[in-house]
Design a protein around this ligand. Structure first.
Ligand SMILES: C[S@@+](CC[C@H](N)C(=O)[O-])C[C@H]1O[C@@H](n2cnc3c(N)ncnc32)[C@H](O)[C@@H]1O
Length: 352
C-alpha cells in the first residue's frame, strides 16, 4: 500500500465541509431571491400571462404588447430563463413546462402564483424588522386591503384541494354535504371558501364567520356577486365568542386555526356549534417538527410565513397539535391526511 500526502489543493479528509462546499448554500439564497423578484415582476407586469398566450414571443413582441421598454423586457426574460420559469423558443421565449399552471391557473390545486404577493408584502418581513426591538404585535385590521387580497390568493389552492377532494377523504362526510346540511366556515376571510362550499354542495347552507370587518365585507360582496346570498351568510365575530342559532353538521377552518388567540375556547365553541356526530375539519399548514423538515423547501417557506404569524402573536403548528387539541376537547373518530407537503387535514367528530 502506498501512502501519499494530500496535495495542497486537497482538503484534509476531516469530514468537515470546506468553504467551497458551504458557499453555494448562501449563494442559493441570493439566487432564490432574484428568482422570486423576477417572477413577481413578471406576474404584476403581465409578462407571464403574455408568454402563456403567445409562446415564442421575443422581448420586442412582449414590450410592444405590454407597452414596456424592450431593453428592460430583455433583461427580465434572461432573469426568467435563469430562474427556470422560461425556456428558449426560437428567437423568443416560452413558459417552462407546467409554469402556467403553477403561476397563472387560479383554479388549479397546484396554483402558487398568489404566494408571491404575500412574501413581497410589507406585512411579511418589512414590518417584522421595523418592530424587531419592541416586538409590537398587530391584528388583521392593521393590515392593508392588498394584504387581505394576497392572503385570499394564498388560501385559494387550499380551498381548491379541500372542496370537494379533501372533504371526500373524511369518512361519511360527502354524502351528508351533498344531501344538504349546515356548514360553518370559521375564519372565512374574504369568502372564497364559503362560495366554494355553497357551489360544490348546492343543497347545503353555509355560514362564514370572521373577526376582521374588512374581510367580512369582502366576503359578503363575493357571496352577493356569486348570487348565493340566499344560502350563504357571513357573520362578524371573533371565534373565541362565536355562537350559532342552529347547530351545524360540519365546521371547517382553512389555514386559520393556528391564529386563534385562545385555541381551546375556539375548540369549545366549535363543539357547541356542532350537532351530535357533526364534524370539525381543520385544514392547515403542517409546520415541521424536525430540523430536517424545517430545511426542506416547504419547511423554509413555512418559516417565512412565521414572520407574519409572529406579528399577530401566533405561530403555525405541527399537525399533531390538532390531534391533541381535538382529543382534549372530547372529539372522537379523529383522522388526518396530508394533501401536499404544505397542506394537511385533521378532523374529529362530536360524540353522537
Ligand atoms: C390566513 S386568513 C385565511 C382566511 C380564509 N380562511 C382563507 O383561507 O382564505 C386568516 C383569517 O382568520 C381570521 N381570524 C384569525 N383569528 C381569528 C379569530 N380568533 N376569530 C375570528 N377570525 C379570526 C382573520 O381575520 C383572517 O381573515
Amino acid at each position: 500500500m502506498t501512502l501519499t500526502a494530500p496535495s495542497p489543493a486537497t482538503p484534509a479528509p476531516t469530514g468537515e465541509p470546506t468553504l467551497a462546499d458551504t458557499a453555494p448554500k448562501v449563494l442559493a439564497l441570493i439566487a432564490g431571491y432574484v428568482g422570486h423578484r423576477t417572477v413577481s415582476i413578471g406576474l404584476r407586469q403581465g409578462l407571464i400571462r403574455q408568454l402563456a398566450d403567445g409562446p415564442g414571443s421575443t422581448p420586442d413582441d412582449l414590450a410592444e404588447a405590454l407597452d414596456l421598454d424592450p431593453f428592460y423586457v430583455g433583461v427580465w426574460c434572461r432573469g426568467g430563463l435563469a430562474a427556470g420559469v422560461l425556456d428558449r423558443a426560437g428567437s423568443g421565449y416560452r413558459l417552462g413546462d407546467h409554469i402556467a399552471t403553477l403561476l397563472l391557473d387560479t383554479a388549479s390545486p397546484a396554483w402558487v402564483g398568489g404566494v408571491f404577493a404575500v412574501t413581497e408584502a410589507p406585512e411579511m418581513f418589512g414590518r417584522f424588522e421595523a418592530h424587531f426591538a419592541t416586538g409590537e404585535r398587530m391584528w388583521w385590521d392593521d393590515t392593508s386591503p392588498e394584504w387581505i387580497a394576497a392572503v385570499a390568493g394564498t388560501g385559494t389552492p387550499f380551498y381548491t384541494r379541500l372542496v370537494p377532494g379533501g372533504l371526500a377523504k373524511v369518512p361519511g362526510l360527502t354524502e351528508r354535504l351533498e344531501a344538504g346540511v349546515r356548514v360553518v366556515d370559521t375564519a372565512c376571510g374574504a369568502g372564497l371558501g364559503a362560495v366554494r362550499l355553497a357551489t360544490a354542495y348546492p343543497r347545503s347552507v353555509v355560514v362564514g364567520v370572521d373577526g376582521d370587518l374588512h374581510s367580512v365585507e369582502q366576503a359578503r360582496e363575493r357571496v352577493a356577486a356569486a348570487g348565493l346570498s340566499d344560502r350563504v351568510e357571513v357573520l362578524h365575530s371573533a371565534l373565541e365568542d362565536f355562537t350559532v342559532d342552529r347547530p351545524a353538521t360540519v365546521v371547517i377552518n382553512n389555514i386559520s386555526m393556528h391564529e386563534c388567540r385562545d385555541i381551546d375556547r375556539v375548540a369549545e365553541n366549535v363543539m357547541a356549534a356542532l350537532e351530535p356526530g357533526g364534524w370539525f375539519v381543520i385544514s392547515d399548514f403542517p409546520f415541521p417538527d424536525t430540523d430536517e423538515g424545517l430545511r426542506s423547501v416547504p419547511g423554509r417557506i413555512m418559516t417565512g410565513i412565521q414572520f407574519f404569524e409572529a406579528q399577530i402573536d401566533d405561530q403555525l403548528l405541527p399537525r399533531a397539535a390538532y390531534d391533541d387539541l381535538l382529543s382534549r376537547h372530547g372529539f372522537v373518530d379523529l383522522g388526518s391526511v396530508q394533501l401536499t407537503p404544505m397542506h394537511a387535514l385533521t378532523w374529529g367528530r362530536r360524540p353522537a
